[in-house]
Design a protein around this ligand. Structure first.
Ligand code: GLP
Length: 261
């Protein structure tokens, strides 16, 4: 079962995530991080940037792979995930830009972009720690309901709820691309440690389905139940539809300190 950690707010989650990543970097300076976009991980990236600066951690060797990208946005578009990852992760953390990859959403090469990305992750030795958000529809990465639990990086068609959720970043809902390229659920499951973050009541249903529901392609987040090392960090609102809350709190309160997350 995933470990469920209930925190007061996004900053408290950020401190836990930053701590886990700093520990990893110290033991493996060329660690491979799996990077999520969206609003959810932003506080964790900020906490990590502060830790790196305060503790003067050398991150020049840290490598990264983003989960997903829109297909067909012009190069340099501010809402492309390449631009978001540069702005929110690479620059504030001081990572080496060439070591951080994002799937290539250029339509000219899209037919082999998925295979190329899989090969790059494999060549890097796989992802050590994968940060995940979860969409209202239960998606992880851009794996919408119905995605194969064994899927690899490929092009997907976005659902209308997801396009509407993401319309806040664009001038109009019609500007949100129809297609994306995303690591598959099978790709995500190969990472050595999954850290899924969710905050706010709008995520409560997706979190409960992912953690306590049946494992099903209809709820892509439920694939975390197939992974031997998953940490789910949520606030009270996002945890509000979980039924086994007392046990999660008990287990976290009694967790041996040496274990980390
Ligand atoms: C987006 C991203 C996902 C993200 C999810 C939730 O569309 N592709 O990687 O986890 O939807 O987004 P947010 O964190 O903004 O709620």
């Amino acid at each position: 079962m995933a470990e469920i950690v209930i925190v007061e707010n996004e900053d408290a989650a950020g401190a836990i995530v930053a701590d886990a990543i700093v520990t990893l970097i110290r033991s493996k300076p060329d660690v491979v991080l799996g990077l999520a976009t969206g609003s959810t991980p932003l506080a964790s990236y900020r906490a990590l940037a502060r830790r790196i600066a305060d503790d003067e951690i050398d991150v020049r060797g840290v490598r990264g792979f983003a989960l997903d990208e829109y297909v067909g946005l012009p190069a340099g578009h501010p809402e492309s995930y390449r631009a978001v990852i540069t702005r929110e992760v690479v620059e504030p953390l001081g990572l080496t830009p060439e070591l951080v990859r994002v799937p290539n959403g250029d339509p000219a090469s899209i037919e082999h972009a998925g295979g190329d990305y899989e090969a790059a992750i494999t060549a890097a030795g796989g992802v050590d720690l994968q940060i995940l958000g979860i969409g209202r529809t239960g998606h992880i990465g851009f794996n919408e309901p119905g995605s194969s639990l064994a899927s690899l990086t490929r092009v997907k068609t976005l659902t209308e709820p997801t396009r509407l959720d993401n319309a806040r970043f664009f001038d109009s809902p019609a500007d949100v691309p129809m297609h994306c390229i995303t690591q598959g659920i099978g790709t995500i499951l190969r990472a050595r440690h999954l850290v899924l973050l969710a905050f706010g009541a709008a995520k409560a249903h997706a979190v409960a389905a992912a953690v306590e529901g049946a494992v099903s392609a209809s709820q892509p987040g439920s694939a975390i139940q197939l992974h031997p090392h998953t940490t789910v960090i949520v606030d009270e609102a996002a945890a509000s539809e979980l039924t086994n809350l007392d046990y999660y709190r008990h287990a976290w309160a009694n967790k041996p300190a040496w274990q980390g997350i």
